[in-house]
Design a binder for this molecule. Structure first.
Ligand SMILES: *[C@@H]1O[C@H](CO)[C@@H](O)[C@H](O)[C@H]1NC(C)=O
Ligand SMILES: *[C@@H]1O[C@H](CO)[C@@H](O)[C@H](O)[C@H]1NC(C)=O
Ligand SMILES: *[C@@H]1O[C@H](CO)[C@@H](O)[C@H](O)[C@H]1NC(C)=O
Length: 294
C-alpha cells in the first residue's frame, strides 16, 4: 500500500495529500498494532506450492512490491510499484521479479529470478486519486511452470460482498513495522463497497474493491502493494492503498481485476517492438515538424 520511499510503498503520504482520514481520528499506531502480528494478522506460509503465482517485484534486486504471474510471460502488479516519484515509468532493466521461494533474503533450489523486458503502466493511472493502479510486466524469458511457479487465473466477475479471499506478501507485519522475511498470508472478506466508499470519503471508485473486517486486525500492509487478492481461486484484486494497515473501519483497497480484463488482454497481446516503431515514427514526425519538412 502505499507510496514508494525507497524500499517500501506507504499509504500515509496518500492520506496526507488526498484528504483521506489522517492520524487525528484513528488509534495511535502502537495501540492499533498491539494485537496484530503478521502480514497484518496473518500467518507465515509453510509451503510455497500454495502460492505459486506470488512474485516479489524488485528494484535493483530489492523487494518493493508483490505481483502475480498471469501467464508464462506476464506479471500483474500495481502501477505505483513501477513508477518513480514523478510518475515516470521505471526503466525496465532495473526491475526484476522473483518467485518460487518463501524468503525474501535467501535463495533456494526453487528460486527463479527473471529480468523485466517491458513495463506497461495503465495510460490513465492517476497517482493522486490512485485510480487505474495496474501495470503489466513482461519478463525477458518465459516462466517454466512447476509446483512452485505457476499462474493464477483472472476472475471474470467481481466477487460478492463477504466472499472470503486471501491476500499474501512480504510486506510489513504492522504499519511502519519491520518487513516479513517469510511470505505471509491472511484471509479477508470482501467489504461492502458502499461502506468502504463512505469510510474513505468517496475516493473508492468502481475500479476498486475493498477487503477486510469492520473491526480491522487483518490486512495487507507496506510492501504488499501490487500483490494478489485471490477469491474463489482467481485473482480478484491487486493490493493498492488504505489508511495505515488493519485499522477498524478502514479496509484495504484493491484494484478490481474484472474491471481491467480487456486492458490486461490488450497489454499481453502487445508487441513491445511495435511500441518502439511507433515511438520512432512519432519522433520522426516531431523532427520533421521542427525542421518544417511537413
Ligand atoms: C508442499 O506441498 C506439495 C504439494 O502438496 C507437496 O508435494 C510437498 O511435499 C510439500 N512440501 C513440504 C516441504 O511440505
Ligand atoms: C484456471 O482456468 C483453467 C481454464 O479455464 C482451468 O482448467 C483451471 O482449473 C483453473 N484453475 C484454477 C485454480 O481454478
Ligand atoms: C455497512 O453500513 C451499514 C449501514 O450503515 C451498517 O449497518 C453495516 O454494519 C456496515 N457493514 C460493515 C461491514 O461495516
Amino acid at each position: 500500500m502505499y507510496r514508494a520511499t525507497g524500499e517500501y510503498i506507504f499509504l500515509f503520504l496518500v492520506a496526507a495529500t488526498h484528504g483521506l482520514p489522517t492520524t487525528t481520528n484513528v488509534p495511535d499506531v502502537d495501540t492499533a498494532d498491539s494485537s496484530n502480528t503478521r502480514i497484518v494478522g496473518g500467518t507465515p506460509v509453510s509451503n510455497r506450492t500454495e502460492f505459486p503465482y506470488q512474485v516479489s517485484v524488485r528494484w535493483s534486486s530489492i523487494h518493493v512490491c508483490g505481483g502475480s504471474i498471469i501467464d508464462t510471460q506476464h506479471v500483474v502488479t500495481a502501477a505505483h510499484c513501477v513508477v518513480d516519484d514523478n510518475d515516470k515509468v521505471l526503466t525496465a532493466s532495473i526491475v526484476s521479479v522473483r518467485v518460487g521461494d518463501l524468503y525474501t533474503n535467501s535463495i533456494s533450489t526453487t528460486t527463479v529470478t527473471k529480468s523485466v523486458k517491458y513495463i506497461f503502466v495503465h495510460e490513465k493511472y492517476n497517482s493522486y486519486a490512485i485510480t487505474n493502479d495496474i501495470a503489466i510486466l513482461r519478463v525477458s524469458d518465459p516462466f517454466n511452470f512447476t509446483p512452485y511457479t505457476n499462474k493464477v487465473n483472472l476472475t471474470s466477475t467481481r466477487p460478492a460482498t463477504n466472499v472470503n479471499c486471501v491476500v499474501s506478501g512480504w510486506g510489513t507485519l504492522a504499519f511502519e513495522g519491520p518487513p516479513s522475511t517469510v511470505l505471509q498470508s491472511v484471509v479477508v472478506p470482501i467489504f461492502p463497497q458502499v461502506n468502504c466508499s463512505a469510510a474513505y470519503g468517496g475516493s473508492v471508485t468502481s475500479g476498486m474493491i475493498c477487503a477486510g473486517y469492520a473491526q480491522g486486525g487483518k490486512d495487507a500492509c507496506q510492501g504488499d502493494s501490487g500483490g494478489p487478492l485471490v477469491c474463489n481461486n482467481a485473482l480478484a484484486g491487486i493490493v493498492s492503498w488504505g489508511n495505515k494497515c488493519a485499522l477498524a473501519g478502514y479496509p484495504g483497497v484493491y484494484t478490481e481485476v474484472s474491471s481491467y480484463l480487456r486492458w490486461i488482454e490488450t497489454q499481453v497481446a502487445r508487441d513491445s517492438s511495435s511500441t518502439l516503431f511507433l515511438n520512432l515514427y512519432l519522433a520522426s514526425i516531431c523532427i520533421c515538424i521542427y525542421l518544417r519538412l511537413i
